[in-house]
Design a protein around this ligand. Structure first.
Ligand code: PHE
Length: 501
């Protein structure tokens, strides 16, 4: 049998009785580990070697972890300083103890958070008392850090997770591969294997001498493991937005654009939102201290005011509550992109308005919400509207079913809802693929006559605002919106998340 040199070297270094790791074989043969791995897989494919894989969790100290191995954990240092300050017998002022402990910047907070957690002592209105019987030397976190620093391994997953969440170790999985000779491998060696000289690369010399025609070229093994290359890539949310745009353009929609900071007129008044509506107070709105918006078509302002004061249409009734054009001209960050739909439907944005028409945007909106796993102060809304004669709720539902189906979501549900500007209105819900929780993914409806009338539209308009982040949560399985946006996003998630469609 003839084998390329490197394969022969690996075959000869392998044993029929002991597993040898790729690293061991690399050391023995003087080949690079990746060369050994490539050759080992080739030999496996030829039936001469068996390759086994074991995955082990490995923990590596971070720089901060290493600092604490050298200096001691901040909470231990605080404990010791407290004992020196007499806090083991009676409470000592915290400021004094911190001063003695010689803790730098963020270490103070770290120490104050971990000292009570570990039962080393208590903090009460600025005084520190420590437990004289506590044993910071036996602290499992400190012991684990030392073991890791000495090259040892730690099995206690609870402690490892804790250290990882403190940023003192990085947890990763390591795959070790090992080989053993198969019976066929042993037979081949007994019968004798010759080294076939192979060439890995065509060189100018080979070409010039004409030798290239006679040499044997090494084959590429496209299945061999290669180091992962983590280059830059588009953010998963941006990729989802791009996909949403593709889908909507495919469904015949055109894109709208317009200002993030807009007048209350376009954001709320056109939508028949009464000026004393709770969502229009300063609590929800990011008001901007800029000049009011001057350029709004006066005739449109008049019609919107009429709708608010007296209603629109034959049996319409307005709010009969105060309405002021000055308030309408005030500028704020838009809380929804329905402001764009108003600009387009009014003809102000220059859109073609002969029905049927379909428009969309995937743009940022701003709300003074409380942060939680499904809410951020800014997020992306997938806005859209369809203008046509005789639209019904079935058209609305069918459009959503078609849209979400493009993302593999086939079980959306509708719940009757209330918006001042649509009747009927529906909220949309979907199931989170990981938690099974029902989450709201959008809001929709058919615009009231009080909205379309003043804008000069005399056919039906169905419209919606869907949350891009919620769609991304359903398609990627992210459980917290902060995994998608901002500084808390997990880099591995961002590297690996796929946009499904
Ligand atoms: N503006 C609504 C929201 O932000 C969405 C919506 C748009 C609902 C158009 C109905 C019609 O929730």
């Amino acid at each position: 049998m003839r084998l390329p040199e490197r394969q022969l070297a690996v075959l000869e270094a392998a044993s029929a009785t002991d597993e040898r790791t790729m690293d061991e074989i690399a050391t023995e043969t003087g080949l690079k580990p990746e060369t050994v791995t490539g050759a080992a897989f080739d030999l496996r494919d030829e039936g001469l070697l068996a390759v086994t894989e074991t995955t082990t969790a490995v923990a590596e100290l971070t720089e901060e972890g290493r600092d604490y191995v050298a200096d001691g954990l901040p909470e231990t240092r605080l404990y010791r300083a407290a004992v020196d300050a007499g806090a083991a017998s009676s409470a000592a002022p915290m400021g004094e103890v911190i001063g003695r402990a010689d803790l730098a910047g963020p270490e103070v907070d770290i120490a104050l958070a971990n000292l009570p957690r570990k039962g080393l002592g208590t903090i009460d209105s600025g005084d520190l008392t420590v437990d004289p019987a506590a044993d910071p030397d036996g602290d499992p976190e400190a012991t684990a850090l030392e073991t890791l620093a000495d090259g040892g391994s730690v099995d206690d997953e609870g402690v490892l997770d804790r250290l990882a969440s403190r940023g003192l170790v990085d947890l990763a999985e390591r795959t070790t591969r090992a080989v053993t000779l198969t019976d066929a491998g042993v037979d081949a060696l007994m019968e004798g294997v010759e080294a076939a000289e192979t060439v890995g690369q065509v060189t100018p010399e080979l070409l010039a001498s004409g030798e290239w025609a006679d040499v044997e070229f090494a084959e590429y093994n496209v299945e061999a493991d290669a180091p992962a290359v983590e280059g830059g890539r588009k953010h998963v949310l941006r990729r989802t937005a791009d996909r949403v745009k593709d889908v909507l353009v495919g469904m015949g929609f055109q894109e709208m654009e317009g200002p993030h900071a807009d007048s209350d007129f376009w954001i709320n008044d056109c939508l028949f939102m009464p000026q004393d509506h709770p969502a229009r107070t300063h609590w929800d709105r990011f008001a901007l201290d800029v000049e009011p918006m001057a350029e709004i078509p006066p005739a449109l302002i008049d019609r919107v005011e009429t709708a608010h004061r007296d209603g629109w249409g034959e049996d319409g009734d307005g709010y009969h509550s105060p309405w002021s054009a000055d308030f309408a001209r005030e500028v704020a960050l838009r809380g929804h992109t329905t402001s764009l739909s108003m600009r387009y439907l009014s003809g102000y944005a220059g859109a073609e308005l002969e029905p049927p028409q379909r428009y969309f945007s995937v743009e940022k909106v701003y709300r003074n919400d409380t942060l939680d796993p499904t809410h951020l102060l800014e997020f992306f809304q997938i806005e859209g509207w369809v203008m046509a004669e005789d639209l019904s709720v079935r058209d609305l539902m069918g459009t959503f079913e078609e849209f979400y189906r493009q993302f593999g979501i086939t079980d959306i549900r509708f719940k009757p809802h209330y918006n001042p500007y649509t009747e009927p209105s529906f909220e949309l819900f979907g199931d989170h693929p990981e938690t099974g929780e029902e989450i709201e993914i959008g809001n929709s409806g058919i615009f009231r006559e009080e909205v379309t009338g003043p804008l000069g539209v005399d056919c039906d308009v169905m419209a919606w605002g869907l949350a891009l982040e919620r769609l991304a949560m359903l398609t990627t399985g992210a459980e917290d919106i902060r995994d998608l946006h901002g500084t808390l996003a997990d880099i591995d998630f961002l590297r690996n998340a796929e946009v499904s469609y």
